[in-house]
Design a protein around this ligand. Structure first.
Ligand SMILES: C[S@@+](CC[C@H](N)C(=O)[O-])C[C@H]1O[C@@H](n2cnc3c(N)ncnc32)[C@H](O)[C@@H]1O
Length: 460
């Protein structure tokens, strides 16, 4: 298969364009009114953490407007929507409002816990009565402190004795509640949502570390937990009103490169796949894993470290035997141009994403759409054109490129000085693919728009 070099865009192919205007919109237009290569500035005056969306932090969540748009465009009430990299479950929450069935897959057990609780079919009334039982039981901190996961060194580095004691007794009381599995997981998700906050670790970054320069005074566990629980319970109430009657979301812990779903059963896929060596999701949740890992099947620190190397996009993949970069990427990236330290990770990423597209393609109905969101990672020298690469890997698996558009979010309530930060910037691309019956030709590469960041815009 050869790639055509001619561009469909009226801008230069793969070069920085002269400065272009973004079209400001309050919501994305209908697909039929979007042209390939359109650039939007999405103006959001409301926040993006309504319903259960804000129940738990999660790196690289996408904004709910993306799955909402895709589901409205390409699905019906009777549809089954799949997010094979579901992370914290944004797609599934949006699907509950519009379709009878949502399926999420993620290989990270904590992500599955969060996504499951954010879409749980649990009555807020029941959560309230369990909260009353918990309040009666959880009255003192544990006095005999034990490491919650075998293999952690110096747990006291991460938590004060006070926080450790209260978290330990809280976890034990939640485990002792007379609750269903789903209800208990809901409480554990709220537990998890406060762990970083009450720890000594920095709150300002996703990475888990205790800052030597920015001294933190963590808040007390008890009021923080009750506040988070009240918020989660009210979010659940909103979700119950909003979801379609009988709508269900199912979350499966599994590998998106080897999907275990009935062939030709999925009407729409909406997802944001992991990037190549960018976010280490499990490392970001290290403290949450210390507390909950053994309950989620991650028995000790060694297993935790091993799992971090098994995800798609891992910096340091566990496997040493990885096929070379696919032929399809030959004119996008040459092996000799990749820094030796990144070569294995890059090969592994392409290999796994190729397997993912083949696997998900089999689960999709003929003509079903696959909408993926991926950042423009060409913003700094030496970065790889991941979005072009993904389009080609998908084409090899019989997913035909239809159209792509890019967006940035403009938030009215955020005002950062952005002086001097113009030039090539991060845009998120929304790429729409459609299942065909055989491998597809490659479309022209996506352009890199040269747009100035406005004072109230964020590139995420
Ligand atoms: C960009 S995040 C998705 C975020 C999600 N859209 C949200 O709003 O929360 C990518 C996810 O892919 C997951 N992932 C990485 N490798 C995977 C694999 N082999 N199978 C399934 N999920 C995987 C990561 O654990 C992470 O949760």
């Amino acid at each position: 298969m050869t790639s055509r070099q001619r561009t469909l865009f009226d801008r230069d192919d793969v070069s920085t364009t002269s400065e272009v205007e973004l079209r400001t919109v309050m919501r994305f237009p209908a697909f039929k009114n979007i042209s390939n290569g359109d650039l939007f500035s999405l103006s959001l005056s409301n926040n993006t953490s309504a319903l259960t969306h804000g129940m738990h932090r999660f790196a690289a969540k996408f904004i709910p407007q993306i799955p909402a748009w895709a589901i409205e465009e390409f699905a019906e009430k009777s549809s089954t929507v799949l997010d094979p990299f579901c992370g914290s479950g944004t797609t599934l929450v949006e699907a509950l409002h519009r379709c009878k069935s949502g399926i999420g897959i993620d290989c990270d057990p904590l992500a599955c816990l969060i996504a499951g609780s954010k879409t749980a079919s649990v009555s807020p009334k029941r959560i309230r009565s369990l909260a009353v039982a918990l309040e009666r039981a959880w009255t003192v901190p544990a006095t005999e402190l034990t490491d919650p996961m075998p293999g952690i060194r110096d747990f006291g580095h991460w938590f004060s004795k006070d926080a450790w004691g209260w978290l330990q007794s809280l976890r034990d009381c939640v485990l002792a509640l007379e609750a269903s599995e789903t209800e208990r997981r809901f409480f554990l998700t709220v537990f998890s949502s406060i762990v970083r906050w009450v720890s000594n670790a920095d709150d300002q970054t996703q990475k888990t570390y205790v800052s030597g320069t920015l001294k933190k005074s963590p808040p007390a566990v008890v009021p923080v937990f009750w506040k988070a629980l009240r918020k989660a319970e009210s979010a659940l109430g909103q979700l119950q009103e909003w979801r379609l009657r009988d709508a269900e979301a199912k979350v499966m812990c599994g590998d998106a490169a080897n999907i275990d779903i009935k062939p030709e059963s999925i009407d729409l896929v909406v997802t944001s796949p992991p990037y190549l060596d960018s976010v280490d999701y499990m490392y970001n949740f290290m403290l949450e894993y210390f507390w909950l890992g053994p309950l989620l099947g991650v028995k000790d620190k060694t297993q935790f470290n091993g799992m971090r190397r098994g995800v798609i996009g891992a910096k340091n993949p566990a496997s040493r035997e990885v096929p070379l970069l696919p032929e399809s990427s030959a004119d996008l990236i040459a092996e000799e141009d990749v820094a030796p330290a990144r070569l294995l990770a890059t090969r592994m990423y392409c290999h796994m994403m190729g397997r993912h597209f083949a696997s998900v393609g089999r689960a999709m109905k003929p003509q079903a759409r696959y909408v993926l969101v991926v950042g423009n990672s060409q913003s700094h020298a030496g970065a790889l054109p991941i979005h072009d690469m993904l389009i080609r890997l998908a084409a090899d698996a019989g997913l035909k490129f239809e159209r792509a558009f890019a967006y940035r979010v403009r938030r009215h309530y955020m005002k950062f000085p952005r002086k001097g930060r113009g030039g090539i910037i991060l845009m998120d691309w929304v790429i729409v693919l459609r299942r065909a019956s055989r491998p597809q030709d490659y479309p022209p590469r996506l352009p890199i728009p040269n747009v100035q960041l406005g004072h109230d815009e964020v590139a995420h």
